[in-house]
Design a protein around this ligand. Sequence first.
Ligand code: FES
Length: 104
Amino acid sequence: MFEFLPLATEERVQIDIDGASHDVPAHMNVAAAMLSVGIDVSRTTPVSDSPRGPFCMMGVCFECLVEIDGVPNQQGCCVQVRDGMHIRAMRNRPVWNALRKDAK
Ligand code: FES
C-alpha cells in the first residue's frame, strides 16, 4: 500500500519501538515508521481500551499519539524519527488508570 518517493534519502536510523530495535529510513515520521515495521496500533482509548492507529497522517485526528523519549501524547505523524529514539505505544488506559488512582 505504501511506496517510497524517489526523492527519499537512503540514510537510515535505529529506533526502539516498545523495546524492539528497528532500522528505518531517516526521512520518516514516527507514525510512518511504526506502520512500515507492521505496528498499526499507536494507542488505546482511555475508557474502553479500544485500539487506535494513525489515520490522517497530517496532525488532525490525534489517533497516532505515542510516548517519545518519555514524553507522552506526542503526535507520531508530526515528529521525524532520529537515531536512538525510544517510542512506546500508549496503552493500558492511562487516563482511566490515573482517575482510579486519584479516587483512592
Ligand atoms: S495520524 Fe492523525 S494526527 Fe497523526
